[in-house]
Design a protein around this ligand. Structure first.
Ligand SMILES: [Zn+2]
Length: 290
């Protein structure tokens, strides 16, 4: 608690409502959970309606860019070309690509092929028939961040690759279904890991989802492995990504000499899908879809 509000004070959230009609009940519940040892979200992670509108617009732009790629990404395309398309579409929409120059990252998108888990840097690599590639796009529109990624299958892919891509997508869907007030990040994590494991796959531990919206990476970290009833409590108007990275073999990764590209230690295939989501009053809104 930052300041003790009385029932008839205006709520801290800026809604203009009296505290007793706005966040008082939630705060009392959270204080009770905190006493029981739960990790509760700091108030700065609870977005205002205006901020959510902005994050939704940015996330929808990200979605449209990923849609645009569906028609273009195919065998013979260089990942650097994909990067140019994303960059141009982002700038044309009056936005900026968040990855560009982020902590020294050199490109506007990440293109992660086959055994690359994430943060593959677009270059002269040519997509080949049978490849699976994750393309990760984050737009900054009017100061708000919208983050999503998808898998693209190049021509005919192996049965194993197709299965991995499908299971990774199911992991995202099942993880999103765990998003509701007073569930915890651990519920998302557990559900995703169990589903991947049930198909003989593993989930990456070093990377995960994250708070997003006003910055590229905010609290909380959203793991894709672990136990139920652990991690931060979810409350309405928190915004974060869910982005399970599912490996066909070992969950372990190593980072290449470029200091970005994360690959599977055993060179097994890896697949990932990502959405930006918001906790609503009784469930979840996927912001990065139209
Ligand atoms: Zn309020």
């Amino acid at each position: 608690m930052i300041k003790k509000l009385s029932r008839n004070d205006l709520c801290w959230c800026g809604s203009g409502e009296k505290y007793k009609k706005c966040h008082m009940e939630q705060d009392l519940l959270l204080m009770d959970m905190k006493r029981k040892g739960c990790q509760i979200p700091p108030r700065k992670l609870i977005k205002t309606e205006k901020q959510i509108d902005g994050i939704r617009r940015s996330s929808q732009l990200t979605c449209r860019i990923l849609d645009m790629l569906e028609e273009r990404v195919r065998a013979g395309v260089k990942t650097i070309e994909i990067d140019s398309w994303v960059h141009e579409a982002t700038v044309k929409a009056g936005a900026y690509p968040a990855p560009l120059n982020y902590k020294g990252y050199p490109k506007s998108t990440c293109t992660s092929i086959n055994n690359v888990i994430c943060h593959g840097i677009p270059d002269e690599t040519v997509l080949q028939e049978g490849d699976i590639v994750n393309i990760d796009v984050t737009c900054i529109l009017d100061g708000y961040y919208g983050d999503a990624s998808r898998m693209y299958m190049i021509g005919e892919v192996s049965d194993e690759a197709r299965k991995l891509v499908e299971v990774a997508r199911e992991c995202l869907t099942l993880g999103i279904e765990q998003v509701k007030p007073f569930n915890r990040t651990g519920d998302i994590a557990y559900t995703i890991e169990q589903h991947a494991n049930s198909h003989g796959f593993s989930t990456v531990q070093e990377f995960g989802g994250h708070g997003v919206g006003l910055e590229f990476h905010e609290e909380p970290f959203v793991p894709h492995y672990g136990k139920r009833d652990a991690g931060m409590v979810l409350v309405p108007n928190m915004v974060f990504t869910i982005e399970p990275m599912v490996n066909a073999g070992s969950h372990k990764c190593r980072i290449l000499a470029d200091r970005w590209t994360a690959v599977t230690v055993d060179n097994s295939l890896s697949a990932q899908w990502e959405h930006t989501v918001r906790v609503t009053g009784d469930g979840v809104e996927i912001l990065s879809q139209l």
